[in-house]
Write a protein that binds this ligand. Structure first.
Ligand SMILES: [Zn+2]
Length: 148
Protein backbone atom coordinates (compact mmCIF):
# COMPACT_ATOMS: atom_id res chain seq x y z
CA UNK A 1 0.00 0.00 0.00
CA UNK A 2 1.28 3.44 -0.87
CA UNK A 3 1.44 6.33 1.58
CA UNK A 4 -0.70 8.20 -0.95
CA UNK A 5 -3.77 6.20 -0.01
CA UNK A 6 -3.44 7.32 3.60
CA UNK A 7 -3.01 11.01 2.84
CA UNK A 8 -5.58 13.65 3.72
CA UNK A 9 -5.24 15.10 0.22
CA UNK A 10 -6.61 11.90 -1.35
CA UNK A 11 -9.22 11.21 1.31
CA UNK A 12 -12.83 11.11 0.08
CA UNK A 13 -14.18 11.39 3.62
CA UNK A 14 -12.20 14.59 4.22
CA UNK A 15 -13.62 15.92 0.93
CA UNK A 16 -17.10 15.09 2.21
CA UNK A 17 -16.35 16.93 5.48
CA UNK A 18 -15.01 19.90 3.51
CA UNK A 19 -18.19 19.98 1.43
CA UNK A 20 -16.53 19.24 -1.92
CA UNK A 21 -18.27 15.87 -2.43
CA UNK A 22 -22.01 15.26 -2.08
CA UNK A 23 -23.25 13.45 1.01
CA UNK A 24 -26.49 12.36 2.63
CA UNK A 25 -25.61 13.59 6.11
CA UNK A 26 -27.56 12.35 9.11
CA UNK A 27 -25.89 14.31 11.86
CA UNK A 28 -22.63 15.79 12.96
CA UNK A 29 -21.17 17.36 16.04
CA UNK A 30 -17.72 18.68 16.90
CA UNK A 31 -16.12 15.21 16.90
CA UNK A 32 -17.95 12.95 14.47
CA UNK A 33 -20.14 12.89 11.37
CA UNK A 34 -22.70 10.24 10.36
CA UNK A 35 -23.80 9.73 6.77
CA UNK A 36 -25.31 7.16 4.40
CA UNK A 37 -22.83 4.79 2.70
CA UNK A 38 -22.79 5.22 -1.09
CA UNK A 39 -22.19 1.47 -1.61
CA UNK A 40 -24.39 -0.12 1.05
CA UNK A 41 -24.49 -3.69 2.25
CA UNK A 42 -28.17 -3.02 2.96
CA UNK A 43 -30.34 0.09 2.74
CA UNK A 44 -29.67 2.03 5.91
CA UNK A 45 -25.92 1.27 5.93
CA UNK A 46 -24.35 4.22 7.78
CA UNK A 47 -20.79 5.35 8.39
CA UNK A 48 -19.60 7.14 11.52
CA UNK A 49 -16.30 8.98 11.09
CA UNK A 50 -14.09 11.28 13.16
CA UNK A 51 -14.16 14.85 11.84
CA UNK A 52 -10.38 14.88 11.54
CA UNK A 53 -8.22 12.81 9.21
CA UNK A 54 -7.10 9.60 10.94
CA UNK A 55 -6.22 6.68 8.65
CA UNK A 56 -6.32 3.89 11.25
CA UNK A 57 -7.92 3.13 14.60
CA UNK A 58 -4.58 3.84 16.32
CA UNK A 59 -4.76 7.41 14.98
CA UNK A 60 -8.14 8.18 16.59
CA UNK A 61 -8.33 9.83 20.00
CA UNK A 62 -9.77 7.43 22.65
CA UNK A 63 -12.46 9.98 23.57
CA UNK A 64 -13.55 10.07 19.92
CA UNK A 65 -13.67 6.26 19.81
CA UNK A 66 -15.92 6.25 22.88
CA UNK A 67 -18.14 8.88 21.35
CA UNK A 68 -18.38 6.90 18.10
CA UNK A 69 -19.75 3.91 20.00
CA UNK A 70 -22.36 6.04 21.78
CA UNK A 71 -23.44 7.47 18.41
CA UNK A 72 -23.54 3.92 16.98
CA UNK A 73 -25.99 2.92 19.71
CA UNK A 74 -28.22 5.88 18.78
CA UNK A 75 -28.06 4.94 15.08
CA UNK A 76 -28.89 1.34 15.98
CA UNK A 77 -32.09 2.50 17.68
CA UNK A 78 -32.97 4.91 14.86
CA UNK A 79 -32.56 2.12 12.28
CA UNK A 80 -34.78 -0.22 14.32
CA UNK A 81 -37.49 2.46 14.66
CA UNK A 82 -37.28 3.45 10.97
CA UNK A 83 -39.35 2.10 8.08
CA UNK A 84 -36.22 0.45 6.68
CA UNK A 85 -35.97 -3.32 6.88
CA UNK A 86 -34.04 -3.94 10.08
CA UNK A 87 -34.35 -7.00 12.29
CA UNK A 88 -30.85 -6.68 13.70
CA UNK A 89 -27.80 -4.42 13.42
CA UNK A 90 -24.12 -5.13 12.79
CA UNK A 91 -21.24 -2.83 13.72
CA UNK A 92 -18.08 -3.36 11.74
CA UNK A 93 -14.58 -1.87 11.64
CA UNK A 94 -12.11 -2.73 8.88
CA UNK A 95 -8.72 -1.63 10.20
CA UNK A 96 -5.97 -2.18 7.63
CA UNK A 97 -5.94 -3.47 4.07
CA UNK A 98 -5.88 -7.14 5.15
CA UNK A 99 -9.11 -6.45 7.05
CA UNK A 100 -10.56 -5.01 3.81
CA UNK A 101 -10.30 -1.34 4.71
CA UNK A 102 -10.83 0.64 1.51
CA UNK A 103 -11.00 4.26 2.66
CA UNK A 104 -8.07 5.19 4.87
CA UNK A 105 -9.99 7.50 7.16
CA UNK A 106 -11.14 5.42 10.11
CA UNK A 107 -14.87 4.63 10.05
CA UNK A 108 -17.42 2.54 11.89
CA UNK A 109 -20.02 0.77 9.75
CA UNK A 110 -23.52 0.46 11.17
CA UNK A 111 -25.91 -1.55 9.02
CA UNK A 112 -29.26 -3.28 9.30
CA UNK A 113 -29.60 -7.04 9.03
CA UNK A 114 -32.58 -9.25 8.41
CA UNK A 115 -33.11 -12.98 8.11
CA UNK A 116 -31.75 -14.42 4.85
CA UNK A 117 -30.36 -11.04 3.71
CA UNK A 118 -27.52 -12.85 1.94
CA UNK A 119 -24.70 -11.02 3.70
CA UNK A 120 -22.22 -12.77 5.94
CA UNK A 121 -18.62 -13.41 6.85
CA UNK A 122 -17.28 -16.35 4.89
CA UNK A 123 -15.53 -19.09 6.81
CA UNK A 124 -14.14 -22.57 6.37
CA UNK A 125 -15.48 -24.96 9.05
CA UNK A 126 -12.28 -27.03 8.75
CA UNK A 127 -10.18 -23.97 9.76
CA UNK A 128 -12.35 -21.52 11.67
CA UNK A 129 -14.32 -21.72 14.92
CA UNK A 130 -12.49 -24.88 15.97
CA UNK A 131 -12.22 -25.27 19.74
CA UNK A 132 -8.83 -23.87 20.72
CA UNK A 133 -6.21 -25.50 22.90
CA UNK A 134 -6.13 -24.00 26.45
CA UNK A 135 -2.33 -23.87 26.61
CA UNK A 136 -2.24 -21.94 23.33
CA UNK A 137 -5.07 -19.66 24.53
CA UNK A 138 -3.03 -18.86 27.64
CA UNK A 139 0.03 -18.10 25.50
CA UNK A 140 -2.05 -15.79 23.33
CA UNK A 141 -3.47 -14.03 26.39
CA UNK A 142 0.08 -13.53 27.72
CA UNK A 143 1.28 -12.18 24.35
CA UNK A 144 -1.54 -9.64 24.17
CA UNK A 145 -1.03 -8.58 27.82
CA UNK A 146 2.69 -8.08 27.11
CA UNK A 147 1.75 -5.60 24.38
CA UNK A 148 -0.85 -3.53 26.25
ZN1 LIG B 1 -9.72 11.88 5.84
Amino acid sequence: MTKDKESKENCIFCKILEGTLPVSMICEDQEVAVFVDIRPIQEGHLLIIPKYHAPYMKDVDPATLQHMMVIAAKMNQALRKSDLRCEGVNLLVADGEAARQEVFHFHLHVFPRYKDDGFGLRYDPSRHFLKADRKRMDEIAAEIKRNL
